[in-house]
Design a protein around this ligand. Structure first.
Ligand SMILES: Cc1ncc(COP(=O)(O)O)c(C=O)c1O
Length: 400
């Protein structure tokens, strides 16, 4: 007889994607391995002082925030978010903001509202694997449309939109994309929203990195071009991922079902934390913090890119992102980076292989390097190890 769990588990469980398919704990990495796998602010950039002060005040001033309350989120935080989005060119009413447990929950809520088995979803290829994790259990067909330096390729996107059954949604990270680092140009943003409006496809704009530009601010979010766009934001990258606070901006028609879905999922997000965060993100400290974070990430990115130019010369190509957390490196000889990873780990360096970022886990000659959690010394040593490892491994693969 089948075991209890074989009998009762839902079929969709088989479609759950492991956090990353690569089990980094199983890699043969020696102690002291440099992991280019992170995607978080470094410890020294965490908002410990201002946030702990704001939390202490909230505890004293508003103890009733410990009760159940506003599923849509704290009004003061929603207003602060709407004001920031306004400054980026997107006119957003606080009533159109839903506070979520990070951007990840926002993706999940959108999927609950839109997707049914057999639906089509269009993503960028490569794309953020956490979105694939959400979409795949819905038994949808996920199509990846390629990117270039200016973002998603418009002719390929239109082909995907035109094909029947018409896709329900286009999930995009248009600004400092995870993993490719590219930013959709202003012209393409305009064209993408026009295509989506013409073909009746919902745009899900995921924007964790938009405030983390290095020298020049990016174009306004897609939401500034079209107010039907579903916009997802988060404090995970600007402040700290452990807070689990993000938001979803949606058109009025969707707010009630979204709030209902949020209530069903977890009733509400942490009310104390939302009040403290509203104070922190409205303060002058936050502006100074963002400026310092931008300068710090720009510097780490440049340092790593310079070191890679020295260590990987001739082996790989990449282009410099204008912001965000990642360098996307492509090996010129086209070897699948997933198969190279264990050998690189033996040399004391790891990365996220390109295959993770495609719905079909296709072999990919690319890899993602996250540089924000590593010190300057680690970035230099990591680049050196990566160069050494790739040379050794690629020499092995070509000689058989
Ligand atoms: C594109 C993208 N979306 C969503 C997330 C998840 O963000 P959060 O921590 O806010 O759930 C990440 C984190 O890496 C990301 O890169």
């Amino acid at each position: 007889m089948r075991s209890l769990w074989e009998r009762v588990l839902a079929r969709r469980v088989a479609a759950f994607r492991a956090c990353t398919r690569t089990d980094f704990s199983q890699l043969p990495s020696p102690p002291g391995t440099i992991h280019f796998t992170g995607g978080a602010p470094p410890v020294e950039c965490l908002p410990v002082e201002p946030l702990s002060e704001a939390l202490a005040q909230t505890w004293r001033r508003e103890p009733t925030a410990l009760w159940y309350g506003e599923t849509e989120g704290y009004e003061g935080l929603r207003a602060a978010i709407a004001a920031r989005m306004q400054r980026r060119g997107a006119a957003v009413d606080p009533d159109q903001v839903l506070i979520t447990q990070g951007a990840q929950q926002a993706i999940d809520l959108v999927a609950r509202l839109l997707l049914e088995p057999g639906d089509r979803v269009v993503v960028e290829g490569p794309t953020y694997f956490g979105a694939l994790q959400v979409f795949e259990p819905y038994a949808v067909e996920i199509e990846a449309v390629p990117l270039d330096e200016g973002g998603v390729l418009l002719d390929r996107l239109e082909e995907a939109f035109r094909r029947e059954p018409r896709p329900k949604a286009f999930y995009t990270v248009p600004t400092f994309q995870n993993p490719a680092g590219v930013t959709m140009s202003a012209e393409r943003r305009q064209a993408v929203v026009e295509l989506a409006a013409r073909y009746g496809v919902a745009i899900v704009e995921d924007d964790p990195y938009g405030e983390l530009w290095y020298e020049v601010p990016p174009p306004p979010p897609l939401r500034a071009y079209w107010d039907e766009v579903l916009f997802l934001g988060t404090f995970s990258k600007t402040l700290a991922p452990g807070l689990r606070v993000g938001w979803l901006v949606a058109p009025p028609r969707l707010m009630k079902p979204l709030i209902d879905a949020k209530e069903a999922a977890d009733i509400q997000s942490d009310r104390m934390l939302q009040r403290a965060l509203a104070a922190v993100v409205s303060s002058s400290w936050y502006e100074r913090h963002l400026e310092a974070a931008r300068a710090e990430y720009a510097e780490r990115c440049r340092l790593l890119a310079d070191a890679l130019a020295h260590e990987l010369g001739g082996l790989a190509s990449w282009s410099l992102p204008g912001g965000g957390f990642f360098l996307w490196i492509t090996l010129v000889d086209g070897v699948d980076t997933a198969s190279l990873l264990p050998r690189c780990a033996e040399h004391g360096v790891t990365y996220v292989p390109g295959a993770e970022f495609y719905p079909d886990h296709r072999a990919s000659p690319s890899l993602r390097l996250g540089f924000t959690t590593l010190s300057r010394q680690e970035l230099l040593s990591g680049a050196e190890r990566l160069g050494r490892a790739l040379r050794a491994v690629l020499a092995g693969t070509t000689t058989g």
